[in-house]
Design a protein around this ligand. Sequence first.
Ligand code: GRF
Length: 233
Amino acid sequence: MSSFRLVILISGRGSNMRAIVERFGSATEEHAGTHVAAVISDKAEAEGISFAESQGIETRVVQRSKGKEGRLRFTEDLIKAVDSYSPDLLVLAGFMQVLQPEFIRHFERRIINIHPSLLPAFKGLHVHQRAIDSGAKFSGCTVHYVNEEVDSGEILGQAVVPIHHGDSAETLASRILKQEHKLFPRVIHEIARGNISWKKLSDGTYALSQSSALFLSEDRALISCVSEARANE
Ligand code: GRF
């Protein structure tokens, strides 16, 4: 099996990163298949960094300093750090910096993100409280490709959970987080296997090729994602 290298960017707790490491492992050998080559954080104190280290994964901290200069330097440093691990896929897992267009263009069609709402609803921050306040009966999470607009790239998979009467932002966040930990590794697996891929069209633009299936997870969350007969999982 040829190797498929993941680099994960985090800013804090890193529970999604952990779910990905637990699914794919941290092997760095060429024959090892899909694996996490490195975890990079913009915060030295990010909890996830110690977990990654404990798993023998290479880690880096790339910090941003203030102002325009700081932003430019950060983008350059981050491109260099990520490139040094030659990722096939760059995974944003709770990475709290807005990435600059130069960065996104450099890794175009190779960056995915997880967002804790059913996009295109509730882009941005404070999503759980906004979902509750809207009166919506369902929320969930979305894995999507990253483009130059925040939380707007092509949707690759979603998991849906109910919003219960009396939910707080915390109770809803924790119900959704459980599904994030299932959805994210699943989508990564499908990309690594080539079941989600970009095709170059004759006019030079790219189109995403994917087919989606709808199924219930073992705890009865509704999931839509590329899938091969996983209805009874
Ligand atoms: C998750 O809810 C993710 O959807 C959002 O940030 C949170 C990160 O949590 N983008 P963790 O660091 O993975 O635990």
